[in-house]
Design a binder for this molecule. Structure first.
Ligand SMILES: *[C@@H]1O[C@H](CO)[C@@H](O)[C@H](O)[C@H]1NC(C)=O
Ligand SMILES: *[C@@H]1O[C@H](CO)[C@@H](O)[C@H](O)[C@H]1NC(C)=O
Ligand SMILES: *[C@@H]1O[C@H](CO)[C@@H](O)[C@H](O)[C@H]1NC(C)=O
Length: 322
């Protein structure tokens, strides 16, 4: 055999072994929620549960007997999700209310519906999020990327704090991301003109800061607040990505990424596990508390971002429950 053929074969072998090694590492370090806790009589609200890890979270928690409230933008798709949850779990205690984070009025309407129709809220899961939304401004004058990922969930969480406190012990779970380490946040101008990627990373830092600040503000109320990194998960989050990126993403998906069910484990852990009882202000990954960037730990920054967010979503005195 020619030596160059041998060289190519050896290089290929090394690549295959490397991929195999990474795949084994990914599987070996993957966290799993081992709690068997049941949720009969409890109400769980999940945003963005139409697909991906949100849907898997809903299926798991429905299987534990909870009443599941889905906040979704696409109601047709939500109906399909509801049918799927019922088919897989036999639990038909599932309701859908319209929720569109691109409009703060929609968030307020949604909260009104919840208060009118639900008598308790035990677990709030801030799962909805998206990348690649572009840079346009919403009717609220905020950048769509940061509104959908941060301002919307920030407003929703605030509006639901009264119900969560009444139902305590209760939990707030916010799906953030490792990407928060790349944030370049200007706390004096949260709505700054930025590109998509910076907005996304910034919004993920805001998720953790919000969660930590909630933990402070709710201390002593028996409402706990934790955030998490779901891991690198294959979801339709990528549907907003440019088409020429698809082959790369598809390859990564198959080789290195968790499927949605695996990706939902840390959310489920934070929502139900006995080990998280009384634990608040932490950031989880693979079902274990993990380190965050120094910005994410910065208490002055979280207070500042909280205050600025209150202003930007125009939180009214009668909407403040902390
Ligand atoms: C909010 O509710 C009001 C009153 O029901 C309705 O007129 C309005 O269209 C709703 N807005 C959104 C964004 O859903
Ligand atoms: C934000 O995260 C993405 C990965 O999703 C990264 O490629 C990008 O460089 C980050 N943005 C900034 C401004 O660091
Ligand atoms: C945030 O607002 C609260 C209440 O208005 C105030 O007491 C606090 O000093 C502010 N914190 C920062 C860092 O702006």
């Amino acid at each position: 055999m020619d030596t160059w053929v041998e060289t190519v074969l050896i290089i290929l072998l090394i690549i295959v072994l490397l991929i195999l090694f990474i795949k084994i590492y990914v599987i070996a370090t993957m966290g799993r929620c081992t709690s068997t806790r049941q949720l009969n009589g409890k109400t769980v609200l999940i945003t963005g549960a139409n697909s991906g890890i949100g849907k898997e979270t809903a299926i798991d928690l429905a299987g534990r007997g909870a009443r599941i409230v889905l906040g979704c933008r696409n109601l047709k798709s939500a109906e399909k999700t509801k049918d799927e949850i019922i088919a897989q779990t036999g639990n038909d205690n599932i309701v859908i209310y319209p929720l569109d984070f691109e409009s703060l009025e929609s968030v307020r309407n949604f909260s009104k519906l919840i208060h009118e129709n639900e008598n308790r809220l035990d677990i709030l899961i801030n799962n909805a999020g998206a990348g690649g939304l572009g840079n346009r401004k919403t009717e609220d004058g905020l950048h769509v990327g940061i509104q959908v990922n941060h301002f919307g969930p920030f407003l929703l969480t605030n509006l639901l704090l009264d119900l969560l406190k009444e139902s305590a012990p209760s939990r707030i779970v916010t799906v953030a991301s490792f990407m928060h380490v790349f944030a370049r946040l200007d706390p004096n101008d949260l709505n700054k003109e930025n590109n998509d990627l910076i907005n996304y990373n910034n919004s993920k830092l805001c998720n953790i800061l919000m969660s930590n600040e909630l933990a402070e503000k709710l201390s002593g109320t028996n409402v706990i607040s934790n955030s998490l990194h779901p891991g690198a998960v294959r979801t339709e989050l990528y549907k907003n990505v440019r088409w020429y990126m698809w082959p790369i993403i598809k390859t990564q998906n198959v080789l290195f990424f968790k499927n949605s069910k695996q990706g939902a484990q840390t959310t489920i852990h934070c929502a139900v596990c006995e080990k998280v009882d009384g634990v608040t202000g932490k950031y989880y990954s693979d079902c274990k508390p993990k380190w965050t960037s120094s910005s994410a730990k910065n208490k002055e920054l979280s207070a500042k971002v909280w205050n600025e967010s209150v202003k930007l979503v125009k939180l009214q005195p009668n909407e403040i429950h902390y």
